[in-house]
Design a protein around this ligand. Structure first.
Ligand code: MN
Length: 500
């Protein structure tokens, strides 16, 4: 996987010089212990770095600007140990451009009943000082994550770790470059969008190439390299000939190996982390890229079918946000295909023509060559599997003309009841929350696409926070969704976002 930078998060404690040097020594000492504890807790995906206590406007402004300019700093975690008059924070906050977290904690977990005096109260007054600080952040309308609780509590550390991944999504969004091999599918609305606005909002660079630019790279791949990668496929995946001639099958598979190598080289050279294809714009390619795309998604590239650059970028974003999640269950480009309306067993078959990422697979992964029933090329090789069970999120970014909306649906993935021997694609099967009927109605009301960027490894909250940090609307469909409330929410958002 193409990984992000060696990101770190700065821990900045706020105070002032009213309480004397001894108190400030304690503040610094406590902050160091908290940072040490956070790093030792094993819950954070990135390191926390302690910065000197901030006690006046100049030090606050300087620190926030240093954070802006430090490539490895992905965000600042703030906490007021004592009281830190918030007017001091205004200019620094105004100039700060990166993700902000307010860890509303205190050094001691319990009230020291027997010994507490006024000195202790003055020194340990986060309940007081964090409200003053919170007020100015709210007044200034700055998006930040607030996490409340004792710093040593595993649940608090997990929340902080979870926010760190959101922050990485914010930081990495502006590094996403999408390569379009071909344009959007003609006449399709939901996969279209304003690429200039996407660059303004998300920082995405979205370029276009004629697919024959890629064909040159594919044609240049050596036979030895193709054979070596084809051998790797045969060693990794099961083979289902399904009546095909063995040599002919291998020749079809080798076409995908050649595409994988050529495409990866093209993307590497152009510094692209996401890409789209279009089954109707294949130029000199012999097959629709299938297995090749599946393998590149597994390596961390974002993908969207039929020119869907928004989903490709979201897929990449999700892959970078979930990099290194312990026991990750995977993420993929997905498409809503077919319903099961049998009472009690309701769900949606999720698949695509070919391009489903094997990181979500469980059980055997089998290579097949089957007709596409669309387009005019050779039967493409692909890998086929079933996805894992468990909860996940399906996200769809849509362009409403004057703004972007991110729709986030909590879904419960299940095994299909019976095998699907004639369906030659990797599949997932899920029931949207709160149930298929409400979930699908809500999705359609919100204007969600048939394409999604899906993962088991992020929460609804993480994506809601990401959308908020990017300054766009998010609509959640989960166990609490009620249609009447959702309709009102959409109506009110219409006004709220027009005012922005
Ligand atoms: Mn599609």
């Amino acid at each position: 996987m193409k990984t992000a930078k060696n990101y770190k998060f700065w821990f900045c404690t706020g105070s002032q010089d009213l309480y004397g040097d001894e108190c400030l020594r304690h503040v610094a000492d406590h902050s160091a212990k908290i940072v040490e504890g956070l790093n030792a807790g094993g819950k954070l995906p990135y390191e926390v770095v302690l910065r000197p206590t901030l006690i006046d406007q100049a030090s606050i402004r300087k620190t926030f600007n240093e954070a802006n300019n430090d490539d490895e700093c992905a965000g600042v975690i703030t906490w007021m140990h004592t009281f830190s008059p918030a007017k001091m924070w205004i200019i620094g906050l105004q100039e700060y451009k990166k993700p902000l977290c307010h860890l509303h904690t205190q050094f001691n977990e319990e009230i020291p009943y027997d010994t507490m005096d006024m000195d202790f109260m003055n020194e340990n007054q986060s309940a007081h000082g964090d409200r003053e600080y919170g007020h100015i952040v709210s007044r200034m309308g700055i998006e930040r994550k607030i996490i409340v609780g004792h710093w040593a509590d595993a649940a608090v550390q997990e929340k902080l770790g979870s926010w760190m991944r959101t922050a990485i999504g914010v930081m990495e969004s502006s590094h996403i470059r999408v390569c379009r091999f071909g344009d959007n599918m003609n006449n399709v609305a939901v996969t279209e969008g304003d690429k200039v606005e996407a660059q303004i909002k998300f920082g995405w660079e979205i370029d276009h190439y004629n697919v024959n630019d890629l064909v040159e790279y594919v044609d240049a791949v050596s036979e030895g390299d193709v054979n070596a990668l084809t051998d790797e496929y045969y060693s990794k995946y099961e083979v289902a000939l399904e009546g095909r001639d063995e040599a002919e099958f291998r020749r079809h598979v080798a076409v995908q190996a050649q595409i994988e190598i050529g495409m990866e080289k093209f993307l590497e050279e152009g510094n692209y982390q996401a890409f789209v294809t279009h089954f109707g714009m294949l130029g000199g390619l012999k097959q629709l890229p299938g297995l090749a795309v599946q393998r590149l998604m597994e390596k961390g590239y974002g993908f969207g079918g039929e020119g869907d650059w928004k989903t490709a970028a979201m897929d990449r974003l999700i892959k970078i946000m979930t990099a290194g999640v312990p026991n990750a269950k995977g993420s993929s480009f997905m498409e809503d295909y077919t319903y099961n309306f049998v009472p009690g067993k309701e769900g949606i078959i999720q698949a695509h023509m070919l391009e489903v990422c094997p990181t979500i697979a469980e059980g055997p992964i089998t290579m097949k060559c089957q007709p596409l029933s669309m387009g005019n090329r050779e039967d493409p090789a692909r890998i086929v599997f079933q996805a894992k069970e468990g909860s996940g999120i399906a996200t769809s970014l849509v362009d409403l003309g004057h703004r972007f909306r991110l729709i986030i649906n909590a879904v419960d993935c299940k095994k299909v009841e019976k095998p699907l021997p004639k369906l030659p694609v990797g599949i997932n099967y899920w029931t949207p929350q709160p149930d298929l009927y409400t979930g699908a109605e809500a999705w359609i009301l919100a204007g969600g696409a048939h394409h999604t960027a899906f993962t088991y490894d992020l929460s609804v909250e993480q994506m809601v926070d990401w959308a908020a940090a990017m300054g766009i609307e998010s609509v959640v469909i989960d166990k609490d969704t009620k249609i009447r409330d959702l309709k009102n929410e959409l109506k009110w958002n219409e006004i709220a976002f027009r005012l922005k």
